[in-house]
Design a protein around this ligand. Sequence first.
Ligand SMILES: [Ca+2]
Ligand SMILES: [Ca+2]
Length: 199
Amino acid sequence: MSARPAYGRWNGTAWVYDSETSPAIGAGDPANDNSRSTWGGRIEMGAYGNTAEASRPPVSISGTAAHVNLTVITSALVSLYTQAGTPYNSNLSAANGTFQFNNVPDGSYYVNVSKAGYALNHTPVFTVSAGSAVNTGTLTLQYYDLNGDGMVNILDLNSIVQHLGEITHQPYPVYDVNGDGVVNDSDLDIVEQHLDISS
Ligand SMILES: [Ca+2]
Ligand SMILES: [Ca+2]
């Protein structure tokens, strides 16, 4: 059990990347049967090295969901899709807005973030390969359901009208949907373009 994996190994709390690669694998004890090694679910990596699956490095994709003013958004639905649009995995953003997908196979993907009352956002397609740790950065979402009744409707437009001209304040500029610091016609226009988005 002295051989290390080609790229990454789980040390109990995080993936560790060793500088040694294939030579260490080739030097592994031939008595170790690695033919059944699988990639993905295994944390205890006692045997590795002689299969493509075993030597595949872990890939992680992470990022943050936030409002346009960068206030984090918790419990946003974060979905990882293949380039072809096939869902691969999904998760909810954490209390600090972050999300992460681990052990993603090599390939091309995009990340979609959505939450009720918000317009969805997604990343461009990006490609991950051997040992990648991709951070998508902050994905911002526009909030349209201003009164929180589950629909983007005339009531939301009315609420903006009632606050027109107000300088917005932290932490959450409810009526300043485009985050430019003031409640204005631009906010009305945006919400109007997204009427009837339901939760
Ligand atoms: Ca509403
Ligand atoms: Ca505004």
